[in-house]
Write a protein that binds this ligand. Sequence first.
Ligand SMILES: Cc1cc2nc3c(=O)[nH]c(=O)nc-3n(C[C@H](O)[C@H](O)[C@H](O)COP(=O)(O)OP(=O)(O)OC[C@H]3O[C@@H](n4cnc5c(N)ncnc54)[C@H](O)[C@@H]3O)c2cc1C
Length: 398
Amino acid sequence: MDLAFTAEEQKFADDVRTFVKANLPADVRDKVKNGKHLGRDDYMRWQQALGKKGWLVYTWPKKHGGPGFTPAQRYIFENVCAEEYAPGIIPFGTKMVGPVIYTFGSDEQKAKFLPAIRESTVWWCQGYSEPGSGSDLASLRTKAEKHGDHYIVNGSKTWNTMGHWADWIFCLVRTDPKAKPQEGISFLLIDMKTPGITVKPIIMADGGHEVNEVFFDNVKVPVANLVGKENEGWTCAKFLLANERLGIAAVPQSKRGVEALKDIARAEQDNGKPLIENPSFAEKIADLEIQVTALEFTELRVLSQMAQGGQPGPEVSGLKIRGSEIQQRITELTMEAVGEYAAPYLPGLLWHGSNEEPVGPEYAHLTAPRYFNTRKTTIYGGSNEIQKGIISKMVLGL
Ligand SMILES: Cc1cc2nc3c(=O)[nH]c(=O)nc-3n(C[C@H](O)[C@H](O)[C@H](O)COP(=O)(O)OP(=O)(O)OC[C@H]3O[C@@H](n4cnc5c(N)ncnc54)[C@H](O)[C@@H]3O)c2cc1C
């Protein structure tokens, strides 16, 4: 694999940087730079700018309205956006349901849903997990019963990320209770404004409202919103999960996190010297950087296999495990670096500020909430224990 960028690729990197500098709203950039919470409108303004340029769905092939980036362009795009403090693109439409619709959906569904995803005028959320059906997803019980030209949906979903901002939800529902667990599931698109849907917040360890419970009480959904065939939704579900895990590695964001950690280690004193001059701490940062670089090369290998026509396979489980552990490690070392300043933790600071004045240097204020928030990465997208199970079965043949 030749890793040097061509002159054309370098020109592409310059074009992306010029575009981001000109189109990323300054207030959104500042929030990302300072690790603050972003609202729906912040994400939408940036995503709509990308949509106008045709870059929002940068992973999609040209025939579905994507820009048809090569793996190198995709890599450059993600890295330049992260370096310029652009927010991460919300994946529920762009990387999850969009590819499911263009792969398994009808022509009518493609015409109805894909343009709004490309332009970011509709916010999607993911309705997979249920109370008691997370790792064992195929045991899900939310049921959809067919009545003529519509289904009646009853049940509940949980851990629904940003569902309180969503216009639509894609759901796995049970359409055949008598079939084997994986065989009786269907993939349904549901308008969140449909009567009978209730969204209730779940407050996370950092004090923020990011996830929800969603309840369905006799919700009427047109049969036209079924993607693929009835009872064959598990195929869509697995396809979507592989794409989800690929995105969770978050290498560009981790590179940015390591740089921020180094800045703190340069500012923090240890016996009168910058912490970064402490050999033991410097070694921890070096170890982390090596891990990020190794993950980056592994991700590039997977992307170049996909460019040759492959679908993401069990390798994405490895990316998910290492990527999520690295994100957590960054927050752990940052806690260590800021030391006692992380202790007076103000719940909710990351999300809605606090009436109390935080103490210590500004860079330390959000360290504890970010540490607590990042505990989620080894759980969502399929827990890391489950990913290890997939690797042992599919790669090691155990
Ligand atoms: C912040 C956050 C956001 C999320 N967002 C969404 C969302 O938008 N939409 C959505 O549908 N879901 C979402 N999820 C749900 C997520 O996918 C599940 O939490 C995850 O799949 C684990 O399921 P569970 O929570 O039911 O845990 P359980 O499945 O009950 O697992 C509990 C523990 O047991 C371990 N375990 C379970 N089975 C095995 C096994 N076979 N082998 C080894 N260990 C095992 C797990 O690793 C875990 O440590 C989100 C979760 C979080 C934390």
